[in-house]
Ligand binder design. Structure first.
Ligand SMILES: [Zn+2]
Length: 349
């Protein structure tokens, strides 16, 4: 069964089915984990709506409860977020604890949405534990994080974990084209977004997507083993992110606070950089594949460029790029990480 509140969610069929089954008797706490911008918070809001909806989120047109829950205007949906600072601290946690004992304003229960649960401090986690442990039946917690390791184990172990994967690229491109976006544009956005609908939708009105992809596809032809050159190229690729980030910013639904916008921008930068590195990795995979008579993904790259590296080096380089992506996930400084990667990609040994 698919709930109508999930109608506009792109991908995640398995997760949506699983959550639909939970609505009738939900657990006390859920933890949604998966890569940035894959749609965890989008699904969380719609799940909250279904939990409050008099029709359990099943109707032809969204009711007032569902609409308000999704837009964040329902009194029984409490969005818990870091106040100003980067971390979700003990004050916010205490405020949740005191609100959790209150009777819901309209519906059968209150839903607390932690859209950035990964920023929770240990003190905040300790303050929340008792509330998480003693279900009242009238509260549901939905915590959203990129990984279970991002939040204290004491909290994670008390939640039912729901894993979100990347959305299939073709499904994402289909969703974009069926919403009226031109196929070429949708494909460009799909490549950059790397299975993250949140990023894809933020880029829908950007004229920069095609240029961004071309810039990353041009990297192999511009590599030079000298560290200084690699550094200059790294700076340039980081600068390529800025116009896209401005467009993502303009599309953002959250205009609540400057701090929140800055956090969103920081996350979007990380995500876009991962998207750029994926494009670069796909260039090398194409180079190997073409020479081994396989499929080529980036059909607009000239064949003589792709054959300029041997298949062995192409495979080696693709692996280096993917390793760099793990470094990015570990929050290594992107400028140094890219410069180091570009120098290694250019080296002969
Ligand atoms: Zn409803």
């Amino acid at each position: 069964m698919r709930l109508s509140t999930f109608r506009d969610v792109i991908g995640h069929q398995r997760v949506l089915g699983l959550l639909a089954d939970e609505v009738a008797s939900p657990a006390n706490a859920y933890l949604f984990v998966g890569a940035a911008s894959v749609g965890k918070a989008t699904v969380a809001r719609r799940f909250a709506a279904a939990l409050l909806c008099p029709d359990g989120g099943v109707h032809t047109d969204a009711c007032s409860t569902c609409r308000r829950a999704v837009s964040g205007a329902h009194p029984d949906v409490v969005v818990v977020e870091p106040q100003g600072r980067q971390n979700l601290g003990v004050e916010e946690a205490r405020s949740v604890v005191s609100q959790a004992v209150l009777t819901p304003v309209e519906g059968p229960r209150k839903v607390f949405l932690f859209e950035e649960a990964g920023t929770m401090t240990d003190q905040a986690a300790n303050a929340l534990l008792k509330t998480l442990e003693e279900p009242t039946g009238s509260t549901v917690f939905v915590l959203v994080a990129e990984s279970e390791d991002d939040l204290p184990a004491t909290v994670a172990s008390r939640c039912r974990t729901v894993h979100f994967g990347r959305v299939d690229e073709e499904a994402l491109v289909e969703a974009l084209t069926s919403s009226g976006i031109d196929r070429t544009r949708a494909e460009n956005i799909g490549r950059i977004a790397g299975g993250r609908p949140g990023l894809a939708l933020a880029l829908v009105n950007s004229d920069e997507a095609a240029r961004f992809r071309e810039a990353w596809l041009s990297v192999p032809g511009r590599l030079h083993p000298a560290p200084g050159e690699a550094f200059v190229l790294a700076e340039e690729m980081l600068a390529e992110l800025e116009p896209l980030l401005d467009d993502v910013d303009a599309e953002s639904e959250d205009r609540t606070t400057r701090e929140r916008r800055e956090r969103n921008r920081r996350r979007a930068r990380q995500t876009l950089l991962a998207g750029g590195l994926e494009i670069l990795a796909s260039w090398y995979l194409d180079a190997a594949s073409l020479q081994l008579a396989g499929m080529v993904r980036n059909r607009d790259v000239p064949f003589d460029e792709l054959t300029s590296v041997t298949p062995e080096r192409a495979v080696r380089n693709a692996r280096m790029v993917l390793d760099a992506m793990s470094g990015l996930a570990l929050n290594l400084r992107p400028r140094l990480l890219l410069a180091d990667l570009f120098a290694k990609l250019a080296s002969e040994d």
